[in-house]
Design a protein. Structure first.
Length: 341
């Protein structure tokens, strides 16, 4: 459905300022009919990618194909095919939601009966019945987002593109939007959304790409990406506080067990051991072998690798750290500006 090849984009770069590299040879393929997540911290290049895809912004280099159509030479045809829900939208305050949708339907040249039927359909789909005839000025963030979504869906696009659709929303609006996106996907619409929320991508996406510094650094299904990291993480200890000698004995024993990878002694936590196991059954075998060696397990915690582990593996930092780094450099910039005044 979407094929972005070797996109690059810089902003600015006047005489006084260095250009900002927003996209750096970004490649992305989204198969038809899937719900695809573009995950990355603030400043990673998500909005730039989506705006180029939707023909609202021209790349410096690279190619854009949507549904087999070249977005650079035939932007109108691409726009007909997709609906775009932007990150920040300015909605008129005086009109009601229904009036706004009607206006939008006319801009798409929908014949009147089809327009009105489609609006009714979307009001039902997005649960807007109670307030769609109120003025938009009185809407909450969640209501506004649902109206945006309805506007993006009016012309029944084959592809829906959403830029951070649930930022700042309450839990109820968020799950309502998630449910709508899943239904659209189930009905055959391709959905591409960007997010910096791990749990959003984890909950929704059939496939995802992790984007960082304008490049795709990992791509696949959540299961594939996690599986590539190896199996579950296990932390265990044979008594509340072991000494180093005992920990090393346990380590040697565990390293000999089949299905165990990477056994690390964790000195800071009373000599517990961290290991990666290849599959579920390994845990029982471990318990047995340790008991036979008179080192019965005192405590054991097991966890699946998360998308955060995937991100950490790909970039060497957690998503949270990446967000803090962006926030930090923004603060520093603001301070510099302040001190120049
Ligand atoms: N209009 C612009 N002018 C200058 N720099 C920009 C502009 N838009 C985005 N950038 C910069 O490009 C990079 C990518 O931004 P963006 O695509 O908005 O990322 P994201 O949506 O992932 O937060 C950031 O460093 C951002 O500061
Ligand atoms: Mg953005």
């Amino acid at each position: 459905m979407i094929e972005l090849q070797h996109l690059s984009k810089r902003y600015g770069g006047g005489r006084a300022t260095a250009p900002v590299v927003a996209l750096d040879d970004l490649c992305l393929t989204v198969p038809e009919g899937c719900l695809f997540g573009l995950l990355g911290p603030n400043g990673a290049g998500k909005t730039t990618t989506l705006r180029i895809l939707c023909t609202l912004l021209a790349p410096d280099a690279g190619s854009v194909r949507v549904g087999g159509i070249d977005g650079l030479t035939d932007p109108r045809a691409v726009r007909n095919l997709l609906g775009y829900v932007a990150q920040e939208v300015a909605i008129d305050k005086i009109l009601t939601g229904r009036e706004l949708l009607t206006l939008q339907g006319d801009l798409y040249h929908l014949p009147r009966p089809r327009r009105d039927a489609r609006i009714e359909e979307l009001i039902a789909l997005l649960g807007m019945d109670a307030w769609v005839d109120r003025r938009c000025g009185s809407y909450s963030g969640g209501m506004r987002r649902r109206l945006d979504l309805a506007a993006g869906l009016l012309h029944s696009p084959r592809l829906l593109v959403l830029d951070e659709p649930t930022v700042g929303l309450d839990i109820e609006s968020r799950s309502a939007i998630w449910q709508v996106l899943r239904r659209l996907r189930d009905a055959g619409t391709t959905v591409l959304l960007s997010s910096h929320y791990l749990e959003e991508v984890e909950a929704l996406a059939d496939r995802l790409a992790i984007i960082d510094n304008g490049r795709v650094i990992a791509e696949g299904t959540p299961t594939e990406l996690k599986a590539a990291l190896g199996g579950d993480r296990v932390t265990l200890r044979v008594r509340e506080f072991s000494d180093q000698e005992e920990a090393l004995r346990v380590q040697a024993l565990l390293q000999g067990c089949t299905g165990v990878r990477q056994v690390v002694v964790n000195q800071a936590q009373g000599f517990s051991l961290n290991l990666v196991i290849e599959h579920e059954g390994v845990v029982e075998a471990l318990r047995r072998q340790l008991a036979e060696a008179d080192l019965p397990v005192f405590a054991l915690a097991q966890s699946r690798p998360s998308l955060d582990d995937v991100y950490l593996q790909a970039t060497g930092r957690t998503l949270m750290d990446a967000e803090l780094a962006v926030a930090g450099s923004r603060d520093a910039k603001a301070e510099r500006k302040q001190s120049m005044r």
